[in-house]
Design a protein around this ligand. Structure first.
Ligand code: ZN
Length: 162
């Protein structure tokens, strides 16, 4: 209980009236005399020690009617804000899910186009190879034909029958 707090500086045992926090996080409670001592120590160390009064009566006092009404209003407002945020989160989640679906669909389309392009390229390359092969064959045939023509003596049109 706050009312039973005693100064924790140097085994003082006096009633604490301040809470203190050192710059490095160490904290405790102290009496008015030790506040002065701690402030001097802080000055010597060139560090900060902050104090805040312990308001015993204030802390344990039951809430006034007005304060209760105000607190209720604050709670209701916060609850409304929470609902709004939840709604927004749900909307965003749906939008995200839709985007994800679109993304998956687009990836599928992309993969299909890519596959088609690949097969078209393969077909085109195949056709080119075939065409080159055919051309080579034709060239060979033409050459063969030429050499055969050279071997076969041309018949003389005006020669008498043998
Ligand atoms: Zn003290």
């Amino acid at each position: 209980m706050i009312g039973e707090l005693i100064c924790d500086v140097d085994d003082c045992k006096a009633d604490a009236v301040y809470t203190y926090v050192w710059a490095w996080g160490e904290s405790g409670v102290c009496c008015a005399q030790h506040r002065v001592i701690l402030e001097q120590k802080a000055k010597q160390l060139a560090r900060t020690c902050s104090f805040s009064p312990i308001n015993i009566g204030e802390t344990n006092r039951p809430l006034e009617r007005d304060e209760r009404i105000q607190l209720r209003a604050t709670i209701m407002t916060l609850e409304e804000e929470l609902q709004t945020l939840k709604g927004e989160a749900a909307t965003r989640y749906h939008a995200f899910a839709e985007l994800q679906t679109d993304y998956v669909r687009l990836r599928e389309v992309h993969a299909r186009v890519e596959a088609e392009l690949e097969s078209t390229t393969l077909e085109r390359d195949g056709a080119r190879a075939l065409l080159a092969e055919e051309r080579a064959k034709t060239f060979e045939l033409v050459q063969e034909l030429e050499s055969v023509k050279r071997l076969v003596p041309r018949p003389q049109p005006d020669q008498p029958p043998a």
